[in-house]
Design a protein around this ligand. Structure first.
Ligand SMILES: *Cc1c(COP(=O)(O)O)cnc(C)c1O
Length: 380
């Protein structure tokens, strides 16, 4: 019985929906992508959505459309996947790291300390599926004339106060990923949501080479029916209709997926409550937050036990993961001037954490097995 930390859940309906599109006239971006975008924005309550080929592509375009360029400083957290800060580097900007709270979220007070005259934006991450402190962050952003991109790749289905993650109530753009370990999958894929028509139009164009076929946008006089213009150095970051079909079908089960994740989380929470906090403490949500639990992360009291715990679980065929090594510790970042200790709280956090299995297809007996193994290890 091999148990990963996360995986997809594909059913026959998903497969049938994909098969149907494969028999249609459109394989790449066509009517199904638009349908997927419309359904997605109606679920998260945003005005617009632009589907792209990955969460990383979504981040890349977001930073570009908000005009990150040479010497632009953008503040983000090191407790995330490398793609979050890489999107700043793609656009030749400078990554400025802000330290985190005890729950792994970017700390607004630390953001304030990092602001300079070169700062142009901030990219909070809803780590684990827990919303970052958006109200506080957007206040800081407004006061300092900064953009906000939410890296919401962990947080489809999450809520913050009266807002759904992705509605962009507190941000310019929000970015999601459809990698198989995320809440819904399209194999590879991503989406950007926004309420800004002008950002939406620019994103659509950048997704497909910076080319437009819209006559009203032409910069030169042309009436030939085949005419089109390239305005920006865009990319081919299109999602295919095949992928969008899978996405649409998966979206129809989003509520079920999130509910099951929260049910599993509650079982973990009960378990850790029961065994007491000498061994580990789970990260919990607060009243104003609704965690959609992309991950279930616990913090070990004794960081020296983390490696043996990890190896013990591996022996039991429970394949956990550590989310994350602070991104600036990757050799690429070190080689580019990020040396030594930058965010001490993130580094201590990293030393203690481990992500336990968390995905909707995890069965009760598998979860029982995981809990039994943890109990056994904790006695050694
Ligand atoms: C998954 C993820 C990404 C990247 O998404 P891809 O679809 O794999 O490119 C970016 N940021 C975070 C926080 C993620 O978890």
């Amino acid at each position: 019985m091999k148990i990963p930390y996360g995986k997809q859940w594909i059913n026959d309906e998903d497969i049938d929906t994909v098969t149907e599109v494969m028999k249609s006239d459109f394989l790449t971006t066509g009517p199904t992508v638009k349908k997927f975008e419309d359904k997605f924005s109606s679920i998260v309550s945003s005005k617009y959505a632009v589907a792209v080929s990955s969460g990383t592509a979504a981040l890349h375009l977001s930073a570009q459309v908000l005009d990150v360029k040479e010497n632009s400083e953008v503040i983000t957290t090191p407790m995330t996947f490398a793609a979050t800060s890489n999107c700043i580097l793609y656009n030749k900007g400078k990554v400025i790291y802000s330290d985190i709270t005890g729950r792994g979220l970017i700390n607004p007070q630390e953001i304030e300390l990092q602001i300079t005259s070169e700062t142009v934006g901030v990219i909070p991450v809803h780590y684990m599926g827990l919303p970052a402190d958006l109200e506080h962050i957007s206040k800081i952003a407004k006061e300092n004339d900064l953009f906000t991109i939410e890296d919401a790749c962990h947080a489809l289905g999450a809520k913050y106060k009266d807002s759904r993650i992705g509605d962009c109530k507190y941000s310019d753009l929000a970015v999601f990923s459809f990698h198989p370990v995320k809440h819904i999958t399209t194999g590879e894929g991503g989406i950007i949501t926004t309420n800004s028509k002008s950002l939406y139009d620019k994103l659509l164009q950048l997704r497909t080479h910076g080319i437009t076929k819209n006559k009203s946008k032409f910069k030169t006089e042309h009436t030939e029916p085949w005419y089109h213009e390239m305005h920006n150095l865009g990319f081919n970051y299109r999602l295919t209709d095949i992928q969008a079909a899978l996405g649409l079908s998966q979206l129809s089960r989003l509520d079920e997926f999130v509910q099951r994740r929260r049910e599993i989380a509650n079982k973990y929470l009960d378990f850790f409550n029961e065994i007491g906090d000498n061994f580990a403490e789970p990260i919990t949500e607060r009243e104003s937050e609704y965690n959609s639990y992309h991950l279930f992360v616990i913090k070990l009291m004794d960081p020296n036990k983390r490696r043996s715990f990890f190896e013990y679980l591996m022996k039991k065929e429970i394949y956990c993961q550590i989310h994350y090594i602070p991104t600036y510790w990757h050799p690429y970042y070190r080689e580019n001037g990020y040396n030594g200790s930058i965010c001490p709280k993130a580094e201590d956090f990293y030393n203690r954490i481990i992500s336990l299995p968390m995905y909707p297809a995890l069965e009760d007996n598998q979860l029982e097995y995981v809990l039994d193994c943890i109990k056994e290890f904790q006695k050694i």
